[in-house]
Design a protein. Structure first.
Length: 491
């Protein structure tokens, strides 16, 4: 790749779509109109629908005049006049990796010579080791399993159990040697003629179990239509059905996850004329549809922009004209039953609203649009009357929230800055009223004089007047009740 990049002045474009809709080629050199593909033996044993579509597009496009394809053993040979095939004798498996890389070195140098590049590449032992142990970390577990398997050659492994990579436990029920064991899965499936190496590597799959199956999953394809997987026979063989009933067969799971499976019944212009309210609150209309990745929409304020179909359908197309103050002055009835007006707008997460009763609150635009702003004054207690525990009735004359109310007692006493809870639990006292007052009570004291309470300022501060006219202040209530008061002062 470095050699090609240097030769063609960094114009080398890997994995470029180059006009092939949702299909890609591995390497494309625009100035030469040459593409390079590598077909692995596992994934290219036969033509699939996507590979047929790619061949047809390559044949018809003017952007590619020649496509160079490196084929592993077992890959389908391309017969198009644009194709130049380089056939390898090996495949990318553990036992053939070294031979494959050496032959690949020769093939790449032939391609460089065809492209007019004088430099050559050399795949040495260091590169091979890096491929073994760094690029393919799963290989370390396979090599370790093979070493474990060698140690087991001298004895039978019958009866051993292990959870395979498919997620189900398997037991060896017969061991006739290193290359011939029979295992039984937990669901009763029996697999014969496997080797111990596969067992220790946990690579024996149960054909009745596929933990990666995506059958029943639905997803929105890039063509703008939803599709459901109705059959899953492996990572390279799934069948899906689009919302319009069209069935596409022999596709790969990866294509489904990337959303790049096309429906021939869905063409350009499928969204033309459709309207939708975006999440920014403005209505947008599709005025031009050039494919899944290029639709042109126009907002109701006249702003025109490009987007992809999925973004339009999800309502996520942004309009730069929606700026601070866009909700200023708007009114709406909140769910609490009170109308609110936006009096300040500093962005989507900072607006100020004012309710009809004068209460103001900072909140978000989305909360205003969803009418989810609450007004604590909707529980206002103004005018409510209750008998307090001090024995005097009180009325709420002002309510500015749960923590700030003003009450007025029947004697005119006003108490401010109290909370609603204290009022409702009747625990607000009137400092000018004492329910334990004994003013006006009379009693004969032990000194044989009658005494009358003329003032009561609290438990330890009452004023009494005796029948002989003597007035005594700052007496305790209990002394009056026990009749121990006397008009004489002790010396």
């Amino acid at each position: 790749m470095t050699v090609l990049t240097t030769k063609f002045n960094n114009e080398l474009l890997p994995h470029l779509q180059c006009g092939l809709a949702n299909l890609e080629i591995d390497v494309w050199i625009p100035s030469k109109k040459i593409g390079i593909e590598y077909d692995g033996g596992h994934w290219h044993k036969e033509y699939t629908q996507s590979s047929l579509e790619k061949c047809e597009l390559i044949t018809s496009t003017d952007e590619i005049e020649t496509i160079i394809t490196i084929l592993e053993r077992g890959s389908v040979v391309h017969k198009s006049p644009k194709h130049i095939n380089y056939q390898l004798d090996y495949v990318s498996i553990y036992s053939e990796y070294t031979f494959l890389l050496k032959q690949l070195e020769e093939t790449i140098n032939k391609i460089l010579n065809y492209l007019g590049v004088k430099s050559k590449i050399v795949i040495d032992d260091e590169i091979i080791n890096n491929l073994y142990y760094n690029i393919n970390p799963f290989l370390n577990r396979i090599i370790s399993a093979k070493e474990d398997c060698k140690e087991q050659r001298i004895r039978s492994i019958k009866g051993q159990k292990m959870v395979m990579n498919c997620g189900m436990e398997a037991e060896v029920i017969e061991d006739s040697g290193y290359e011939n064991i029979t295992i039984k899965f937990a669901d009763g499936t029996v697999i014969k003629n496997r080797n111990r190496y596969d067992f220790f590597a946990k690579s024996i799959n149960n054909p009745n179990v596929d933990r990666h199956s995506i059958k029943g999953q639905c997803a929105m394809m890039n063509c703008g239509m939803e599709a459901e997987v109705i059959e899953d026979d492996g990572p390279a063989n799934i069948t899906l059905r689009f919302a319009d009933g069209y069935v596409s067969r022999k596709r790969t799971r990866q294509e489904f996850k990337r959303g790049c499976i096309n429906n021939p019944n869905v063409r350009k212009g499928s969204l033309l004329g459709q309207e939708k309210v975006m999440k920014n609150g403005l209505r947008a209309k599709v005025i031009e549809d050039n494919g899944a990745f290029d639709v042109i929409i126009q907002f109701e304020d006249g702003y025109i922009t490009h987007c992809v179909r999925s973004t339009f359908k999800n309502g996520r197309v942004k309009n730069p004209n929606i700026i601070k103050g866009s909700l200023l002055g708007q009114k709406a009835m909140m769910n609490c039953g009170l109308e609110a007006e936006v009096i300040e707008d500093n962005g989507s997460n900072d607006i100020t609203v004012r309710f009809a009763d004068g209460y103001t609150k900072k909140t978000k635009r989305q909360a205003f649009k969803n009418r989810q702003i609450d007004n604590p004054n909707r529980h206002s207690l103004i005018g409510k009357k209750l008998m307090m525990k001090c024995g005097m009735e009180a009325e709420v004359i002002e309510d500015k929230g749960a923590e700030k109310i003003t009450i007025k007692f029947v004697d005119g006493t006003i108490i401010t800055n109290r909370d609603r809870y204290s009022f409702l639990t009747q625990t607000i006292n009137n400092p000018n009223y004492n329910r334990h007052s004994i003013v006006g009570q009379k009693a004969f004291m032990r000194c044989c004089l009658e005494a009358e309470v003329i003032e009561d300022f609290g438990y330890n501060d009452i004023t009494v007047r005796f029948s002989n006219g003597v007035i005594k202040k700052h007496c305790p209530r209990q002394s009056f009740r026990n009749k121990k008061l006397t008009p004489f002062t002790r010396r």
